[in-house]
Design a protein around this ligand. Structure first.
Ligand SMILES: Cc1cc2nc3c(=O)[nH]c(=O)nc-3n(C[C@H](O)[C@H](O)[C@H](O)COP(=O)(O)OP(=O)(O)OC[C@H]3O[C@@H](n4cnc5c(N)ncnc54)[C@H](O)[C@@H]3O)c2cc1C
Ligand code: FES
Length: 262
């Protein structure tokens, strides 16, 4: 069997999240761990790695932000269409090692999607973890992802949303400022672990703030994005400092990647 062949899966739903983010719900038993990803193929157009935004053995949610041809074609798929997937790939967040800890999730924009996999995992394994803090930042209230789930998250977890600019209605009364401002102003336990996904500048500033709050670099996990082709550690496209982001990552502790130029 060719490991680069993808298998076809049925799309159960296509849910528009925001102007440029669409969630594809796929009937799928691949069940990636939080932080793992699949490689999506669109015949005649190409392939793109997309993170799992869920933790479920019957469904897979992919949150797609349109940046180019593959992601645009993905968002044009309809309920009932099929989509080619291979994977899951990558290490994911080390959920089993983190048992017994407080978790601080920090996400920016579509970087929140892979963190939703952690939330769904903790929903099922809540006895294994202490408190979950969520610091999610978006450009405007209209860019907030998973709006229908926020009140349910509020019931169980400590949710801190923020928006860079207050444009239009602000139904969640989010403070205006960067996600890092919100993090700075709120307490998190110094023995927590932080799991982050978002723009590199957000992750750099987040690590500075969390270090000021007493967390060490080994308590900080970041999810990296690189251009990928094979996703199996063969082509070298994704390599940084001798490590394959597709195989050794995409999740690294901050002390493993702190010297990257970004
Ligand atoms: C592990 C991993 C998980 C990902 N998860 C998601 C996800 O959940 N949802 C999602 O929408 N996207 C995700 N991405 C990003 C997505 O795979 C890329 O944006 C992909 O290239 C889109 O393909 P395209 O053909 O639509 O655009 P392309 O034609 O490939 O890219 C369009 C533009 O974006 C730039 N670009 C593309 N990828 C990157 C990158 N990795 N770093 C910097 N610039 C880039 C290109 O240079 C180009 O200018 C993930 C990427 C990785 C590596
Ligand atoms: S994408 Fe080919 S080695 Fe990582």
């Amino acid at each position: 069997m060719n490991i680069y062949n993808s298998k076809q899966y049925k799309i159960l739903d296509v849910i528009k999240q925001t102007g440029d983010n669409t969630l594809l719900r796929i009937k799928c038993d691949l069940n990636p761990m939080p932080g793992q990803f699949v490689n999506v193929s669109i015949p005649g157009i190409g392939e793109a790695p997309i993170s799992s935004a869920s933790y479920n053995d019957k469904l897979l949610d992919l949150n797609v932000r349109i940046v180019g041809n593959v992601t645009k074609a993905m968002t044009q798929l309809k309920k009932g269409d099929e989509i080619g997937l291979r994977g899951p790939y990558g290490n994911g967040f080390p959920m089993k090692e983190l048992k017994g800890k407080d978790l601080v999730l920090v996400g920016g924009g579509c970087g929140v999607a892979p963190l939703r996999g952690i939330i769904e995992y903790v929903d099922l394994h809540w006895k294994d973890y202490k408190d979950v803090y969520m610091f999610f930042g978006y450009r405007t209230p209209g860019d907030i992802l998973f709006k229908d789930e926020i009140s349910g998250w509020n019931d169980k977890y400590k949710v801190f949303l923020s928006v860079d600019q207050e444009v239009g209605a602000n139904p969640f009364n989010c403070p205006v400022g960067f996600v890092t401002d919100n993090l700075k102003e709120n307490k998190v336990p110094s023995n927590a672990v932080a799991l982050m996904c978002g723009p590199p500048i957000m992750m750099t500033k987040t690590t500075e703030i969390l270090k000021e709050k007493g967390l060490t670099e080994k308590q900080l996990y970041v999810s990296l994005e690189r251009h990928m082709k094979c996703c199996t550690g063969k082509c070298g496209h994704c390599m940084v400092h001798g490590q394959y982001v597709c195989l050794d990552g995409p999740v690294f502790t901050y002390d493993e990647v702190k010297n990257l130029d970004e």
